[in-house]
Design a protein around this ligand. Structure first.
Ligand code: BDR
Ligand code: CA
Length: 309
């Protein structure tokens, strides 16, 4: 049986790939959107565009327009002005079912057993849901996030974008008491990189979803490599989906994770207790390694399932 998920996202090139994979590998109960890579109206429109592209008949609910306490900040340098720069943009016919993602999250978890929360943007919606309905924490199957890092950050030397964009929300979510909490931070997503070969593999598949992904990657690769001079470009968000569907390709460690909400140089840092002693309670399974080759195979196998030309 496929895992049932609510996908909370801010598409975003890698969010788009996560949606393409989740649509095939999980039962998506609904998509909720948040301000992050781009302003909320754009991330919502992008999510709608992607549901149309992959033929996913689910509701899209728009959520938080801004972080809990900080002003909104976006990632135009990585994802362009629209959040999904690169491919030719088809007209979007669908519209959001509501502007109350938090209500959707709460009611879905209260009415359906064993729902997974998959969060691949700033954690604002999830934090608001947990604050308004603490009972949902014990009802879910678990939460899998892309966020933070057991190592260097990307927006700052110590902070990863999703946690940095709304550290107060992230702190609430890490402290909420989820029994199963999996974290795909930059330390693992940087092991799951794409390159020119990935683009050519997608073009060979030739189906419209794979070609759209290839067009996304052309932009994503060049915007990333300009800034980082790196070889492979991390495919962050799909890791949070894969952690649920294919946990065997990851290496996890139980850790205590706290979020720095104030530090002068470290705001948005995930402080991970790796000492192996001390009395901080474990609240997270941190991903430390991924089998990249197997992950890429799964990715390409999934993209192949979209009808070929
Ligand atoms: C995260 O930030 C966003 O730019 C990506 O979509 C990903 O969720 C990586 O730091
Ligand atoms: Ca994202």
């Amino acid at each position: 049986m496929k895992p049932k998920i609510i996908l909370d996202c801010d598409p975003g090139h890698d969010d788009a790939i996560a949606i393409m994979m989740a649509a095939r590998m999980t039962e998506v109960l609904g998509i909720t959107t948040v301000s992050g890579n781009a302003p909320l109206d754009l991330t919502t429109d992008n999510a709608l565009l992607l549901t149309e592209l992959v033929g996913l008949e689910v509701e899209v609910h728009a959520g938080a327009e801004k972080p809990l306490l900080l002003p909104p900040r976006h990632a135009e340098e990585a994802h362009g002005k629209t959040g999904l720069d690169g491919p030719r943009r088809p007209d979007v016919v669908r519209s959001a079912t509501s502007l109350d993602a938090v209500h959707f999250i709460i009611e879905t978890i209260r009415s359906i057993e064993n729902v997974w929360l998959v969060s691949i943007g700033p954690l604002t919606n999830i934090a608001l849901a947990v604050q308004q309905a603490p009972d949902i924490v014990k009802r879910v199957a678990g939460i899998s996030i892309m966020g933070g890092s057991a190592g260097p950050g990307n927006v700052t030397p110590t902070a990863e974008f999703n946690v940095w964009a709304d550290p107060h929300a992230a702190a609430i979510v890490f402290n909420a008491g989820f029994e199963k909490f999996m974290m795909a931070g930059l330390n693992v997503t940087h092991q799951f990189g794409i390159d020119e070969q990935t683009i050519s593999d997608l073009r060979d598949l030739g189906n419209p979803v794979a070609v759209f992904a290839a067009d996304l990657f052309e932009f994503y690769l060049s915007s990333y490599q300009k800034r980082t001079h790196g070889q492979r470009v991390p495919l962050h968000d799909p890791c949070a989906v894969l952690a649920i569907t294919h946990p065997e390709i990851f290496q996890f460690e139980f850790r205590n994770v706290c979020v720095e909400t104030e530090g002068t140089h470290t705001r948005g840092m995930t402080v991970i207790d790796e000492r192996g002693w001390g009395d901080r309670p474990v609240n997270c399974e941190v991903e430390y390694a991924i089998d990249r080759d197997r992950g890429m195979e799964i990715f390409l196998e999934t993209m192949r399932t979209y009808t070929a030309k």
